[in-house]
Ligand binder design. Sequence first.
Ligand code: COA
Length: 369
Amino acid sequence: MSAPFRAPKGLAGVSVADSAIAKSEPDGTLVYRGYAIEELAEHAGFEETAYLVLNGRLPRREELRAFEEGLAAQMPLPEKVLEIMSGLPKGSHPLDVMMTATSALGSLEESRTHAEQMESVEAKMGPLAANCQRLPSGQAPVRPKRGVGFAAGLLQTLTGQEHTELEAWVFERVLMFYVEHDLNASSFTVRVVASTLADPFAAATAGIASLSGPLHGGANEAAMRMLLELKDPGAAAPFVAKEFAAGRKVTGFGHRVYKKFDPRARLCKGYLGELLRAKGDDGLLRLCDALETEMWKRKEIPPNLDFYAAPIFYTLGIPIPLYTPVFAASRVFGWMAHYAEQVADNRIIRPDATYTGPTGLKYVKIGER
Ligand code: COA
């Protein structure tokens, strides 16, 4: 057998699958099924975008209605899941609660077909995000309002507040940017799990686990904590200098693909400006801008979506520990698109590793070691 091909660390620059779902490019473009995200942000809504990502084309009116009704019908969380979530320790990280609940749904809905399970997990992840902090804290569950749309309903249940049209519109855009991003770490994880023919709940649970780390989805929560700690634009330069001197990465900056700019971050920066101007205080934007300038001066590293999604969520009143659950509630649609694409042309994903350990060792009895 010939020596296996040695892939670079982190699989950087290696194509491991054919995919027709989405494509991000180093020059700052991102398309979903052929449509630039700028085009979708201007004209489409969340459900239309999710349908597009899942089905490969924009829905006709009656298809969109059926999709929305299907999601609404699947949203209620079973009592048993609410009980499991309520039984977790107060102070559990909401994303851990969400992971446990998604896994539990897998056993409760084991007998359903994979297509039914996919629709169920897509619909339920929003209500899970809205309840994953409340229930372990002993609060009553919240249920999404019927007939207000996925994004507006989720925002209302996350915050318990009414929002202006602009606020709901911006939140919907952020969800649309989170919905899909070709072979990011969590979507790759989902494809690995799907390739074993495990069910959609198992794949989504693994997707959440992969998303939780600060190098991936956890970055939005970490970015907000950093911004709150820094407070003042004047703190940006010394902070960046300190992080570089310590060899630490600055949260919310950098991307495997985008080297000039992240198109989602660029759009979100504009939306943040609009939100803050409507509130009459753009201090948070000035702080973001100062960090952005400093990171570019030092190493030409642009901000990513998480960097600007975080202050948008903060301005909308979403509790900080719910930022990554919100990401998951949107990305689950992309995960399911990858799940379906993987199983449609499957071969188990089972790479090789270059063995660097010892060989030929002789067993030594336990008392003689
Ligand atoms: N802060 C400081 N330096 C950074 C950086 C950051 N956030 N992101 C990348 N760099 C540096 C790297 O250290 C590397 O420097 P070197 O060539 O001198 O070693 C260089 O920029 C290139 O990094 P790259 O290979 O592009 O990173 P990656 O593809 O392995 O990792 C991320 C990409 C996103 C994991 C990484 O940028 C990161 O950890 N960012 C912070 C976490 C974050 O915001 N995650 C959300 C991503 S959407």
